[in-house]
Design a protein around this ligand. Structure first.
Ligand code: ADP
Ligand code: ZN
Length: 721
């Protein structure tokens, strides 16, 4: 009897057994279609011993319907899926779904018809046709894609097809990617880089698990350095996975990669077209995609022969996923490397405290690049005490900072102002009655965006046009903005430096790879004098003429008071400071603060990272916080406030008493209403040696909740709201 167990993509079902019909070949990892009642479901064949299921007698088993034409999911990835589900208390099916992340790819090889300009003129020209022909120079795609691209209708394009202006071409959806060449354009490394690269190349050659922390100051050439082990992997015909925290950063990376290796890498992120996803997925599974650059979701791709994993800007909080499977891509990346038996490189100028601790305890090997490449020096960092140098009323830039901006402008150099707040103002009031504009779905204020003329919630995306009158007292024209966002700072710059060309850089203005590329090109061509940006501009960018960085409010990040507030402030400011003086001219950084004496500000000014991290480490040790103890957050939510409260109380009333584990709450979460759901929170603190996951699983497993209640478990949480 040929009986197999499947992992199916439905958390409630988990695992199901089936019979393999005669003539069908499956093995562990095979992706198959199976019947479930009247429906068909997709599943992955799994080892019996790794996946418990209700035993069904052989005679009752239904046969599999088909094995899909893709390579089996390898054991290494199956083990990673199990580990991730286990560690983050998530359903295995939800993790596995991230591995089969292209439905199209599972259907096998395929061709499609695409269209491109044939060179023939239409018999009759219309404005729409002219517009389409203009926009489609050098483009190729489906009618729908081309309509979108050209801003015309599909009808217009069909007309052009009939007239022979657009010609059909049959394309192989799985056509190969251009090959990257390890020796395309060699870079001469400096002695520090050479030494570090040498060790990393050796590790790739050895083909064993080896986690490295590549700890190099901003501008030290970490990318050039980790390109060498990547080249080694290419020479060995092994694949490389590079995780980047932000799509906006990908553009700069792609350019550098292509210069070094002669072809672009394969890109993976959530906004790929479905045809691009399938092509990438299949090339990755076939072992043909050599280097894959992606956001955290690339972590679970089915590489055929991975040789190296790189996580750049590894300290970034955006590697932590905060919905669905709540995992930390930085940590899972190291586990992936471990299961694959290959090296992992975590690169950062401001490593996470957890990573430094792993290095201190000898688990990661730390490799240092202590100075900037070439003649560039790290910038000078000084404070600007806002209690002594007050900005004018309703202004946020202190006079000494304005003077420095003016100097840079006069010299034709660039400046960057950093404020981690999108929009024009974080809070909008009615000047007549004091009414505060609040999100109807969240316990949060609406943020005014003047560029798009909207009031927006940054939590749920709710937007409204600013009303003509106060909804409460009816006063017309009543809106008054409180506090600054980047748009308001940009206005202030335009007011004090009328001749400056100002660019606002946030996820609102730089949302797509194309816009990111356009911004980089403009900044490099010096068509921008002052950049005003959020955390998006703190990392990765390299503008040689940028010599001044002003941090508008260095105290902002410390306000929330969560576990990592000081560390995050340090990282953010050190990173944004790292944008200054990357070329020949020295950089200068001014931190506007009301607390120049604060430890984190002092550490930044003195450039004493070690002292800061040591103090932080001691504070964490004392508090039993990571990496010395562990936290988990349990969020109970419902659209019904009473239902959420009683479910949370029920959990609170059955707190297990376990050695080394303390449980706090329930209490209303700081964001007590989010996307229309009322939220209560319990926090679990565990000593290192306690089995946190086991305790949580057996505690939560003993409860049945009403259908409207959701219980989310966040292991090693980053967000405490
Ligand atoms: P990091 O990522 O460490 O901040 P980058 O990798 O962006 O630093 O390097 C900073 C700048 O120095 C980049 O413009 C890079 O091209 C240049 N650079 C670094 N190392 C070399 C090298 N060995 N040869 C030529 N240019 C280099
Ligand atoms: Zn909202």
């Amino acid at each position: 009897m040929n009986r197999v167990r499947l992992l199916v993509f439905n958390a409630a079902l988990g695992a199901l057994d089936y019979r393999v019909p005669d003539g069908m070949a499956v093995e562990p990892g095979s992706v198959v279609i199976a019947p479930l009642g009247p429906r068909q479901i997709t599943g992955i064949v799994w080892e019996n011993e790794h996946l418990p299921t209700a035993e069904v007698p052989d005679a009752k088993l239904r046969p599999l319907l088909a094995a899909l034409p893709v390579p089996p999911i390898r054991a290494q990835l199956r083990r990673l899926i199990e580990w991730t589900a286990d560690y983050y208390c998530a359903p295995m099916s939800a993790v596995a779904r991230m591995a089969l992340s292209s439905g199209q790819a599972l259907k096998g090889a395929k061709t499609a018809i695409e269209y491109r300009l044939s060179g023939q003129e239409p018999d009759r020209m219309t404005p729409k046709r002219a517009q389409a022909m203009d926009a489609l120079q050098g483009e190729q795609g489906s009618i729908r894609e081309l309509a979108e691209l050209s801003g015309t209708s599909e009808g217009v394009l069909r007309g052009l097809v009939n007239g022979g202006v657009l010609e059909a071409v049959e394309v192989d959806l799985d056509r190969p990617y251009p090959r990257a060449d390890a020796g395309h354009s060699l870079v001469e490394l400096n002695p520090d880089q050479e030494e570090v690269a040498g060790q990393l190349v050796e590790a790739v050659e050895a083909g064993k698990f080896a986690p490295f922390l590549l700890d190099g100051v901003t501008g030290s050439g970490k990318t050039e350095t980790y390109f060498e082990p990547m080249a080694q992997a290419l020479r060995m015909d092994r694949q490389v996975l590079v995780l980047l925290p932000e799509i906006a950063l990908t553009e700069a990376f792609l350019k550098r990669f292509e210069e070094r290796f002669g072809a672009p890498p394969v890109v993976w992120h959530s906004s790929l077209k479905s045809s691009e996803r399938r092509r990438a997925w299949r090339a990755i599974a076939a072992g043909e995609a050599q280097v894959v650059v992606g956001a955290r979701s690339a972590l679970f791709l089915p590489f055929a022969r991975l040789g190296l994993v790189v996580v750049d800007e590894a300290h970034e909080v955006s590697f932590k996923q905060d919905d669905g499977v709540r995992y930390n891509a930085r940590d899972v990346a190291v586990m992936r490397a471990r299961f694959e038996g290959v090296p992992a490189i975590l690169a950062s100028a401001t490593p996470a405290l957890e990573s430094l601790q792993m290095a201190a305890s000898g688990i990661y090997e730390r490799l240092e690049l202590p100075s900037r490449f070439g003649s560039a020096e790290l910038p000078d960092i000084a404070t600007l005490d806002l209690t002594k140098h007050q900005p004018a009323r309703q202004h946020w830039l202190a006079p000494p900072l304005v003077e420095k901006l003016q100097e840079r402008l006069d010299r034709g150099e660039q400046s960057l102002l950093f404020l981690n707040r999108r929009g024009y103002a974080p809070l909008t009031l009615c000047r007549h009655c004091g009414y505060r504009f609040q999100c109807p779905n969240c316990s949060a204020w609406l943020v005014e965006h003047r560029l798009s003329q909207r009031l927006a919630c940054h939590h749920c995306g709710h937007e409204t046009a600013p009303p003509a009158a106060c909804p409460d007292c009816g006063e017309p024209d009543c809106l008054v903005a409180c506090g600054p966002g980047v748009e308001r700072i940009a206005d202030e710059v335009r007011e004090v430096l009328p001749e400056a060309r100002v660019a606002v850089v946030t996820s609102d203005t730089l949302g797509s790879p194309e816009r990111a590329a356009a911004f980089i090109a403009e900044a490099q061509a010096q068509a921008i004098d002052v950049i005003v940006g959020t955390q998006l501009v703190t990392k990765g960018f390299h503008f040689p003429e940028l010599t001044l960085v002003g941090v508008v409010d260095a105290d902002l990040g410390l306000e929330g008071g969560d576990l990592r507030a000081a560390e995050r402030t340090y990282q953010q400011i050190a990173q944004v400071a790292g944008r200054a003086g990357r070329g020949e001219k020295p950089g200068e950084v001014l931190l506007q603060t009301r607390h120049p004496e604060a430890a984190v500000i002092q550490a930044l000014v003195e450039g004493d990272r070690d002292a800061f991290y040591e103090a932080e480490t001691e504070a964490r040790r004392h508090a039993g916080a990571p990496p010395f103890g562990r936290w988990a957050a349990i969020i109970v939510s419902s659209e019904d406030e009473a239902e959420a409260r009683s479910a949370a109380k029920l959990l609170g009333g059955s707190k297990p008493a376990a050695d080394g584990i303390d449980i706090y709450g329930p209490a209303p979460a700081p964001l007590s209403l989010l996307r229309g759901r009322y939220r209560y929170r319990l926090l679990v603190n565990a000593r290192r040696n306690a089995d946190l996951q086991k305790v949580i699983r057996s505690w939560l497993g003993g409860h049945e909740f009403p259908r409207g209640v959701r219980v989310a478990i966040d292991i090693d949480p980053y967000s405490f709201v």
